[in-house]
Design a protein around this ligand. Structure first.
Ligand code: NI
Length: 135
């Protein structure tokens, strides 16, 4: 039986959406207020969902404590109260849109999971705007 186990997490981060190779005018046209050179912040909400077979000995798909610790180390410690553009190496040359943040989160968590487990990441940038990535 394949079952999905989910864990919610939270981080506050600042970001700016822009391309270095575009003019300020072009960045403003595409990214609007998100191109503010002084950055702006979001309260991100993350849902990481791990799907796999139930282990017949433990009854777990994944020990949620292990998932919690992976999210803490890989995501919260790396992103919380950080400036994504300046402090997080993955976004040095990658625009930190919700889409790209979800992909980076997926890559970082997936790398720590057993290979037989599937992962879906849902990232809320605001209570109404969210993205989903399953790899
Ligand atoms: Ni933003």
């Amino acid at each position: 039986m394949r079952v999905t186990v989910s864990r919610k997490a939270h981080f506050n981060s600042a970001h700016r959406l822009y391309r270095k190779d575009w003019s300020m005018e072009q960045n403003n046209t595409i990214f609007g207020k998100c191109n503010n050179p002084n950055y702006h912040g979001h309260n991100y909400e993350l849902i990481a969902s791990v799907t796999g077979e139930i282990d017949q000995e433990t009854g777990f798909v994944i020990d949620v404590k292990i998932l919690k610790d992976i999210i803490k180390k890989e995501i919260e410690d790396a992103f919380d109260h950080k400036n994504l553009n300046l402090d997080v190496p993955e976004f040095k040359d990658l625009n930190p849109t919700a889409e790209n943040i979800a992909v980076v989160i997926h890559q970082k968590i997936k790398a720590k999971l057993a290979s037989n487990l599937d992962l879906e990441v849902t990232l809320y940038e605001t209570p109404r705007n969210f993205v989903t990535y399953s790899g």
